[in-house]
Design a protein around this ligand. Structure first.
Ligand code: NOJ
Length: 595
């Protein structure tokens, strides 16, 4: 299914566990209610001890914050609320000193409408920057066509001063750049080089699939309006068939605005810019394998988003996902797994069952750290932070939630209480609340009495905080730290092939990670992994059920030496014809030939 790799052959971004920092919410060093670089610097020791090897920073650039930072007003600056460029440099340097790499968010599709480029562009039809954005004449007294913005409302905004419309895939405060203009590319590649020159290790590329539109601007042929689509989404939330129908309608609606020709050439061009610098990487906000190019010439990584698109992570779901994903990767391409980020519900809330949430959170981390590929974790996940639904629309900072609320109230006549629930469901504030550092006022994120930019989840008082969990060897945080160490110390879990076992099992997921797919022809008992490369084979068993199971592996000539278990086990070595697992047990054993 995939080719074994030795640790020596791997690049840093294949070995590291990435950790996403949402700068507004990670650590408030100057006590103003907003996260900043002072806070991030103070917490680097924490991150080092957690065991992460790389950080992805959501946008830290100056921004009016209409889309919570994804509306950039200066690509080479630092938002004053986060600090200065010197603070950033100190952060980068301190991270590097601890062996932690740093990648930045790169928002290519659009700028803020407050970016000087756009202010110039809209100033007159013959401004030299006019063509840096997508300006068109209206049609029949209205916009150029019937396209929607992915964030609601029409995709075209009329500009009375110059009598034309500009295109925005996201909010109207985020006008799309015209990537067909070579000057745009030049300006953006200059910004890319600016950060690479400072020593930044790479970029996470925002919204890569919306960079180009069909230049002929054909009308879409969807059978419903966007609010109707939202309404149906609500009704179909729990039905697979309803969801599939929605996906189809959405595809039709945005057919001419996503995944247009030109993307891959653009990514190749960006790759050559990044390749001017040794050891840098690109990861795309896309689930499309096509963005790996031929495996060497586009993005280094594309997220395995399909894995997240379920309400429950089950063994059957994971096996099917891996089967499809790994077999589709081009030669040399490296997988990349994640279950959460700043746009999706908290992993703990989303994939919990309300009864075994803690056990499931542990299983989900174990899955991330043992599947083949680079794992991305999201800040706060390690202490089990949960979604915080907001109580009033005035608390919302995510304008997507605000738009949803007003649309369903005004256009669909939904009662305000239901609309609030729906806005919380589709909005993203719930997963962006401040990091809970301690069981003290404001969760230790900001000093007592300071109004934090989003409310702190009050469950910091129920042990969902760093300080208490650090002191507790049984906490989720301690588990994260242990599991990250286990991954680092066992090369098979990083470099090894993935070979699925028990293909039909519904309750548990079992697979081998090793340099040799068939351990019966594999390493002898003496071929330990001390060399840190090929030779080690690990058996991973994730019991995702509340039932105990006794498993038989067809590996009679072998035993498994305990590498890790979430439960107390009788001894250090296990018979593979009869491996008994407790409910929700996570078991990792190193396969050794019997002597
Ligand atoms: C994807 C980002 O992750 C999301 O937060 C943002 O709203 C959109 N792109 C627009 O930039």
């Amino acid at each position: 299914m995939n080719t074994g790799t030795s640790m020596q052959e791997l690049e840093w971004w294949q070995k590291a566990v990435f950790y996403q920092i949402y700068p507004h919410s990670f650590a408030d060093g100057n006590g103003d209610g907003i996260g900043d670089f002072y806070g991030m610097i103070d917490r680097l020791d924490y991150l080092q001890e957690l065991g992460v090897g790389a950080l992805w920073l959501s946008p830290h650039y100056p921004s009016p914050f209409f889309d919570c930072g994804y509306d950039v007003a200066d690509y080479t600056g630092v938002a004053p609320e986060h600090g200065t460029l010197d603070d950033f440099k100190r952060f980068l340097n301190e991270a590097h000193q601890r062996g932690i790499r740093v990648i930045l968010d790169l928002v290519l599709n659009h700028t803020s409408d407050q970016h000087p480029w756009f202010i110039e562009s809209r100033s007159s039809r013959d401004n030299p920057k006019r063509d840096w954005y997508v300006w068109r004449d209206g049609k029949g007294g209205g916009p150029p066509n019937n396209w929607y913005s992915g964030f609601g409302g029409p995709a075209w905004e009329y500009d009375p001063a110059t009598g034309q419309y500009y295109y925005h895939y996201f909010f109207k405060q985020q006008p799309d750049l015209n990537w067909r203009n070579p000057e745009v590319k030049q300006a953006m590649w200059d910004a890319v080089r600016f950060w690479l020159d400072l020593g930044v290790d790479g970029f996470r590329l925002d919204a890569v699939n919306t960079i180009f539109e069909d230049p002929a601007l054909p009308d879409h042929a969807a059978e419903m309006s966007l609010p109707e689509l939202y309404h149906q989404a609500l009704q179909a939330a729990s039905s697979e068939a309803g969801q599939a129908q929605l996906v189809r309608q959405t595809e039709v609606m945005f057919q001419y605005q996503r995944e247009q020709p030109g993307m891959h050439e653009l990514m190749q061009e960006l790759r050559t810019v990044v390749d001017e610098y040794p050891d840098r990487m690109l990861v795309g906000e896309t689930g499309e394998i096509a963005y790996y190019g031929d495996g060497t010439n586009e993005l280094h990584l594309a997220f395995n988003f399909p894995l997240m698109k379920t309400t429950r992570i089950t063994p059957t779901w994971v096996r099917a996902n891996q089967q499809e994903r790994l077999s589709a990767l081009p030669p040399g391409a490296w997988p990349c797994n994640t279950l959460g980020n700043h746009d999706s519900p908290r992993v703990y809330s989303r994939y919990g069952d309300g009864q075994n949430d803690d056990a499931l959170a542990r299983l989900h981390l174990a899955l991330m750290l043992t599947l083949r590929g680079t794992p991305f974790l999201y800040n706060g996940e390690e202490i089990g932070m949960t979604d915080l639904p907001l109580e009033d629309i005035s608390q919302f900072r995510d304008n997507l939630g605000v738009w949803v609320y007003h649309t369903v109230v005004n256009e669909l006549g939904m009662p305000p209480a239901d609309a609030l629930a729906y806005a919380n469901y589709l909005g993203r504030d719930k997963c962006r609340t401040p990091m809970q550092w301690a069981n003290v006022p404001n969760g230790g994120f900001s000093p007592a009495g300071v109004r934090t930019w989003l409310p702190v989840n009050p469950n910091d008082a129920q042990s969902v905080n760093v300080a208490e969990q650090l002191d507790d060897p049984d906490s989720l945080l301690s588990f994260y730290r242990r599991m990250l160490r286990v991954r680092k110390q066992n090369p098979a879990l990083i470099a090894g092939d993935y070979t699925v076992l028990h293909e039909e099992a519904e309750d548990y997921l079992t697979f081998l990670r090793g340099s040799v797919a068939d351990p019966s022809t594999g390493p002898s008992a003496s071929s330990g992994h001390a060399s840190g490369q090929a030779g080690q084979t690990c058996l991973v068993v994730l019991n995702m059920s509340d039932q105990a199971h006794t498993l038989n592996f067809d590996l009679d000539a072998h035993t498994a030496e305990l590498v890790f278990s979430s439960h107390a086990r009788g001894g250090d070595s296990d018979d593979l014809s009869q491996l008994t697992l407790a409910p929700f047990e996570i078991y990792i054993g190193e396969i050794k030939r019997k002597t």
